[in-house]
Write a protein that binds this ligand. Structure first.
Ligand code: ARG
Length: 471
């Protein structure tokens, strides 16, 4: 290669065979540098591991390696300091960094790309980057879960209505309700860690698609970069983005769980429920209605779930018709992936803080309103039916008896426990004085004392198990 600095001529790194430059529009359309510069640190990490392997294999000289290491340290310092000048002419993060390295160290910088292509390079960069992000997200899920456990612990015995069809169904404790979200997010965490296992393989060595004729040592590069092994097929290594899809699917599920919780917080904030009172810093007012306190943060979580679901769809669609191996389509994987990570990270952070705030606020949780809602919903009707079954009635008969009792209580404007023993016995003579222990909310809760049940001691046991998992 003759001495030629494309930076000066404005020509592209690969442009020697072309007879005219690309138009400005095409340049902008095809460039990724304004978003993929986010991969710079991992790009440099991967390049250095590649360079060390090339030197070990005698493909580049020890002096080239030393120059590359020194040069890359300077490039990284510039990136970190924000002084690195990103250039649209150089298309993407890889070419920008290579160009800068070459400007700093000369020919050694040009030798770095030996036995490698941007195709295996970018696949490596995204995996390295996403692996770190997954570790961060798993930690943030842990923070969210700790906030859930604190709230659940404080309210392990606080009765609230459990709902089906959004109608009062049976008493549960607020702690039990919160612990449902521990379970969901625990599975989310497992899904992220599972995706991490599959993505943790090294694409480098696949080169453009067919591998490389240089005698490389992929395994040592994999080990240096903390991969569990190398990708087993060069075509697959450069072309598939299933790991990004898997990650985004896990993210969409996590967001879906947080969206369900958000929906509940929004309902509970409504004075007709009045179960919670979010701290003011998570709400906003209205510019026209002075009385308003709107639960904007949970509403936005619910809204942003749509955004992550959209990214999942975008990535699936991106992949579905691509022939092997690499196609430029894949450059479109980054923005959805980046935005998914940003959305999930911000959402988890704000959520953990919001739940802690709810827990710390005196009237953050409002047990008196939960109890009032319970009293209005005949929440212990099932307990009465179970009581009749224990006294020997078939369940279907018990169901009918209780339905009549509920109707009577409704006409009288009271709840089941307010009916006297005599009144209750009109519906069935098997009812005795012990019935009232069953009809109370506390009695109902206490009776569900199996693993996974809502009895306060079971909620405490679930919290204890969860704390062990979080250690
Ligand atoms: N910027 C590209 C991407 O994100 C890097 C790989 C480009 N390879 C190529 N042959 N054009 O996918």
């Amino acid at each position: 290669m003759q001495e030629h600095t494309p930076a000066d001529s404005g020509a592209k790194t690969w442009s020697e065979r072309f007879s005219e430059p690309v138009s400005d529009l095409v340049k902008r359309y095809t460039a990724s540098v304004f978003f993929d510069q986010r991969l710079a640190r991992h790009d440099i990490l991967g390049s250095l591991a590649h360079a060390r392997m090339l030197a070990r294999q005698g493909i580049i000289g020890a002096d080239d390696l030393r120059a590359s290491e020194d040069g890359m340290a300077r490039v990284l310092a510039e990136v970190d300091a924000g002084t690195f000048v990103w250039n649209l002419d150089d298309e993407d993060v890889h070419l920008n960094i290579e160009k800068r390295l070459t400007a700093l160290i000369g020919d050694a910088g040009k030798r770095l790309h030996t036995g490698r292509s941007r195709n295996d390079q970018v696949a490596t960069d995204i995996r390295l980057w996403l692996r770190d992000e997954i570790d961060g997200i798993v930690g943030l899920i842990g923070d969210f879960q700790r906030a859930i456990l604190d709230l659940a612990g404080k309210h392990a015995a606080t009765p609230m209505p459990g709902f089906t069809h959004l109608q009062v169904a049976q008493p549960v404790t607020f702690g039990h309700h919160m612990m449902a979200y521990f379970e969901m997010t625990q599975r989310d965490k497992e899904r992220f860690l599972d995706a991490r296992k599959r993505l943790n393989r090294l694409p480098l060595g696949a080169a453009a698609l067919a591998g490389t004729a240089y005698v490389i040592d992929r395994e040592s590069v994999a080990a240096e970069l903390g991969f569990d092994g190398v990708c087993g097929n060069s075509l697959d290594a450069v072309s598939d983005r299933d790991f990004a899809i898997e990650f985004t699917a896990a993210a969409a599920l996590l967001m879906t769980h947080l969206s369900r919780l958000s929906e509940e917080l929004i309902l509970w904030m409504n004075p007709r429920f009045g179960f919670i009172n979010l701290p003011d810093r998570y709400c906003t007012g209205s510019s026209i209605m002075p009385q308003k306190k709107n639960p904007d943060v949970p509403e936005l979580v619910r809204g942003k779930t749509g955004r992550v679901n959209g990214h999942l769809m975008a990535l699936l669609t991106l992949m579905k018709s691509q022939p092997l191996a690499y196609n430029k389509d894949n450059q479109e994987d980054k923005e959805p992936l980046f935005d998914t990570v940003d959305t999930v990270v911000d959402t988890l952070r704000i959520y953990a803080d919001m739940l802690s705030g709810l827990n710390a606020k005196d009237d953050g949780v409002r047990p008196e309103n939960m109890r009032r809602a319970l009293a209005e919903g005949f929440a212990t009707a099932t307990d009465l039916a179970d009581y009749l079954v224990k006294k020997g009635l078939p369940f279907r008969d018990a169901h009918g008896i209780v339905a009549r009792a509920v109707k009577a209580a409704e006409q009288r404007g009271c709840d089941l426990p307010q009916l006297s023993l005599d009144e209750l016995r009109e519906f069935s003579p098997v009812i005795e004085a012990d019935v009232h222990a069953v009809l109370t909310v506390e009695g109902s809760l206490a009776s569900r004392a199996h693993t996974g049940g809502t009895a306060p001691e079971q909620v405490r046991a679930a919290i204890a198990r969860a704390r062990v998992l979080l250690k």
